[in-house]
Design a protein around this ligand. Sequence first.
Ligand SMILES: [Zn+2]
Length: 291
Amino acid sequence: MYGRHPSAQLIEIENRCFLVDCGEAVQMQLMKFQVNFHKINHIFISHLHGDHYLGLVGLIFTMHLQRRTNDLHLYSHRGLDEIITTQFRYSRSWPNFKIVFHRLEKDVKEIIFEDNLITVETIPLLHKIRCSGFLFREKPKQRRIDKSKLPPNLTVRQLGGLKVGEDVKDESGTVIYKNEDLTVQPKQSRSYAYCSDTAYHEGIVGQIKNIDLLYHEATFTKQDETRARETLHSTAQHAATIAQKADVKKLLIGHFSARYKDLAPLLEEAQTIFSNTLLAQEGESYAIHEN
Ligand SMILES: [Zn+2]
């Protein structure tokens, strides 16, 4: 409605792509924004309301047509494996790559993905059916070597030691170069939380404390708070209150009801409480933080 599609976000961290939710038309949008499908190996589905996953079967089928070979990991609450396999069973066509289903636990936070750079953790949300948000955190980064100050002939081990904060020592253990003279501070590790769909739920505040960017649904304005309560969704005021309590650096609101053509009132409502708020707009990219 009004050029807005159902939920789907592409999270890019150090050249890795993760898809969070997979609403209808996701593959058309990915094509439009020239995203290479093969880079997506992990898809996180918050819950099984159609506007959050109905694009998945189409996307999987296109991946199959494009001769994908990499495994595809799907993370969801119970039921997604049944939905997907039923679809393929009746069409008598199975993708030529492996799909690995990971079932999310109800009402608990757990680390569901980890590699050498990041972790992804679930955020238990409050909705009509089992629903989880996702918290992406970069691990602490290594110190950066200042090449202009680097003496020649350091060994690979000494260079590796510099990146983790060690001084350069000679064979007898005497310090010959101090770490701070050859390296600079590591880049800041970034954090991002995706919270949709949920009623106002202060239970998440501790988990998302001080993160860089919070995406929080704001389906309704405060005038429609009764409707928000009935459907277990949030208002813009709710989203901003959570952002304020969690002391996040930036808030992105989205998942707006089709009843609002103009989104300015939602933004204003949130900004009165939390000024560093942005609207999640179709096709836009948002930096987690600027550096
Ligand atoms: Zn929902």
